[in-house]
Design a protein around this ligand. Structure first.
Ligand code: F6P
Length: 341
């Protein structure tokens, strides 16, 4: 068997750990050959490949990013895209694909599977917003990076008696803000799922100053005021129709300063959350996903995604994982409100 591997969408720490596990087990246990597709779905669409064997995966376990490259190419939006992929896979002698990605990449995998392409999905995203899995790899690392940043902001905020806003990633789901805000002891956490009232936020900021501590406000990039809109950058939508988000952190810092008279600053963490070496948790999860993905191929079980249920790695239909986003449930947000203000 010849297996193609690709990584699509926003990169995240742990992608290389999956690639390594897939190749190591595929070669050692099943005698498979591998071919790497470059830059997500662009690879199979344009026939962009690279050699992928034991030599290429040696030493990559702790490396962030992806040796295969990534992109947000959407072959479904390209005229004849699906047929071109089928033709390229046939010409390259690829029997099956491992697609490592989030909702967009695996959404494409779901559609290709419906056209008869043999594909197994593996869930990645720092946002942790894929359904049908308890966690995606990359999330733990992003939360750790954001928590470290909040720890640092506390000390400078205290020194200057300032309110400090930290903007973290999370377009539709506030998991990173929720977890890093809780772990870092933020005094306000704002997530896309629950529009916020700016007067209430300012009330929490003032009450924190009254107790002689400087407030930290942890906000997801997709959070929005109850009477306002999502804040976006002027840039074209990507191939999956997403706008580029930016600005909520600065907006909040300005509003807080204007309404409370307290000096405020914003720090935008951005892609720092996506880069660098994965945590041990993410390395283990990514490796276990990779091992299970190649086993699924060996068992001839296609159109599935590997997933974490409790402590077990299981296989679920791709359609189940990509149908709806996993957002923060209201009761999880209620839990953290104890620490606001
Ligand atoms: O999909 C993961 C994610 O990190 C989102 O939280 C964020 O909005 C997006 O990627 C930004 O991606 P990029 O700048 O690479 O387009």
């Amino acid at each position: 068997m010849r297996i193609g591997v690709l990584t699509g969408g926003g990169d995240c720490p742990g992608l290389n750990a999956v690639i390594r596990a897939v190749v190591r087990k595929g070669v050692a246990d099943y005698g498979y050959e591998f071919i790497g597709f470059r830059d997500g779905w662009k690879g199979p669409l344009e026939g962009l490949t690279m050699e992928l064997g034991i030599d290429q995966v040696r030493g990559i376990l702790p490396r962030g990013g992806t040796i295969l490259g990534s992109s947000r190419t959407n072959p479904i939006k390209v005229d004849g895209g699906v047929a071109t992929i089928e033709k390229n896979l046939a010409e390259l002698g690829v029997d099956a694909l491992v697609a490592i990605g989030g909702e967009d990449t695996l959404g494409v995998a779901t559609q290709l599977h419906e056209h008869g392409v043999k594909v197994v999905g593996c869930p990645k995203t720092i946002d942790n917003d894929l359904s049908a899995t308890d966690y995606t790899f990359g999330f733990d690392t992003a939360v750790q990076v954001a928590t470290d940043a909040i720890d640092r902001l506390h000390t400078t905020a205290e020194s200057h008696h300032r309110a400090l806003v930290i903007e973290v990633m999370g377009r539709h789901a506030g998991w990173i803000a929720l977890h890093s805000g809780l772990a870092g002891g933020a005094n306000v956490i704002l997530i896309p799922e629950v529009p916020f009232d700016i007067d209430q936020v300012c009330g929490w900021v003032e009450s924190r100053f009254e107790s002689h501590y400087a407030p930290i406000i942890c906000v997801a990039e997709g959070a929005l005021p109850s009477d306002g809109d999502l804040m976006t950058r002027e840039a074209p939508l990507d191939a999956f129709g997403h706008a580029r988000l930016a600005g909520i952190g600065d907006w909040l810092a300005n509003e807080i300063e204007r309404r409370t008279g307290k000096e405020s600053r914003a720090a935008v963490l951005g892609h720092i959350q996506r880069g660098g070496t994965p945590t041990a948790f993410d390395r283990v999860l990514a490796t276990r996903f990779g091992l299970q993905a190649i086993d699924a191929i060996h068992d001839g079980e296609f159109g599935v995604m590997v997933a974490l249920h409790g402590t077990d790695i299981v296989r679920v239909p791709l359609s189940e994982a990509t149908g709806v986003l996993k957002t923060v449930p209201p009761e999880r947000y209620e839990e953290v409100r104890t620490f606001f203000g």
